[in-house]
Design a protein around this ligand. Structure first.
Ligand SMILES: Nc1ncnc2c1ncn2[C@@H]1O[C@H](COP(=O)(O)OP(=O)(O)OP(=O)(O)O)[C@@H](O)[C@H]1O
Length: 340
């Protein structure tokens, strides 16, 4: 962790889904911290629990899902214990969220200007005219051409990229302290993805909003984030500064992700997928969840990997990795209890 006091702390979070086959442990003991104004990337393969973690932070998990343990402390107050009224006030005003499918998140029957103006009027105390004027300004700030005219358009009249720009304007209209963006560019044409990410980072920087960016693409993390949490099978397996972790990953899973994606313009001869798939999350794990796919475990023949879940080690201050065999293990110290 950096020395800053975290704005949001997730402690021991567990979210499960009841299914006929047993409880899916989608988030299985996550600890995380987000500092004011920083960009935290959450990365991992499909199904490793990123979306469920993001939704759990805002208590947006529907049945058969249930948060079964943990705390989500926003500026010291546990979101999981908040009463409905406080929770409603928190969402959108303090913490906002944007999703993968911008068009599905917009109201098809409402002009886009009104969709931005509404929260400004109802929750930001603006008059109708002020809210509309600000909505037009915000459309301009997120790069919508002819914002006055576009404010009167309906969602079906704009492109997917423009819809995501509108969602960013809506999410940031009330200047939240934290924005959670779940794969915000996955549904968009590749040509606009980089522009939208750049816009997101720029708007958050201007407003001093911290950003949690959920992505399966470690290249996006390299481009955007200050810190990264790498998730595998419902857990954070490595967590720290992007420069440390992408420069010298301690966890074999992080190394596998890096090998399977082009990063920071590095010239790579060949991309290699990590063989195998994520484990069945209904089964209790006896050792490291990644052990069956882990090259380092195969080379070292470490039986401990199969029988004991690794605690967090600290390769360096502010850097945690859950691996018995991590690079630099001799210097690595077990993490304090809160992170173990
Ligand atoms: N409603 C649900 N019922 C049962 N299982 C669920 C439900 N929603 C999610 N899961 C399971 O929880 C696990 C984590 O899913 P999650 O969507 O968080 O993964 P992800 O890392 O965000 O992947 P993706 O990038 O594909 O969205 C998966 O095994 C998924 O099948």
């Amino acid at each position: 962790m950096s020395e800053a006091t975290p704005m949001l702390e997730v402690r021991g979070l567990r979210t499960q889904f009841g299914t006929g086959a047993g409880a899916v442990r989608a988030v299985n003991g996550v600890d995380l911290a987000i500092n004011p104004g920083e960009v935290l990337g959450i990365v991992g393969e499909s199904g490793c629990g990123k979306t469920v973690l993001a939704l759990s932070i805002l208590r947006l998990i529907d049945a058969p899902g249930r948060i079964v343990a943990g705390q989500v402390l926003f500026e010291g107050t546990d979101v999981l214990a908040m009463r409905p009224r406080a929770l409603t006030a928190l969402r959108g005003r303090d913490i906002a969220m944007i999703f993968q499918q911008p068009k599905a998140s917009l109201d098809p029957l409402m002009r886009i200007g009104s969709q931005i103006a509404e929260p400004l009027r109802l929750r930001g105390g603006r008059s109708r005219a002020e809210a509309w004027r600000e909505a037009v300004e915000l459309l301009g700030a997120v790069g919508i051409p002819n914002p006055e005219e576009k404010a009167r358009a309906y969602p079906h009249e704009i492109s997917g990229g423009q819809a995501q720009r509108v969602m960013i304007a809506i999410a940031l209209a009330l200047r939240p302290r934290l924005l959670i963006a779940d794969e915000p560019t996955t549904a968009l044409d590749v040509t606009v993805q980089a522009q939208i990410l750049e816009l997101l980072r720029e708007r958050c920087r201007v407003l001093g909003t911290a950003l949690v960016l959920v992505t399966h693409d470690i290249g996006v993390v390299a481009q955007m984030a200050d810190r990264v949490a790498v998730m595998y099978a419902g857990r954070v397996v490595e967590n720290g500064k992007v420069a440390d972790i992408l420069g010298q990953p301690a966890h074999p899973y992080t190394r596998g992700l890096l090998r399977s994606a082009p990063v920071m313009g590095a010239v790579q001869a060949r991309l290699r997928e990590i063989p195998g798939g994520i484990p069945d999350l209904t089964r209790p794990l006896s050792g490291c969840a990644f052990a069956p796919r882990c090259e380092a475990r195969q080379q070292a023949g470490a039986a401990r990997c199969d029988s004991q879940a690794p605690p967090s080690f600290l390769p360096r201050a502010g850097w945690q990795a859950r691996c018995w065999l991590q690079a630099g293990a001799p210097q690595a110290q077990p993490a304090p209890e809160a992170w173990a």
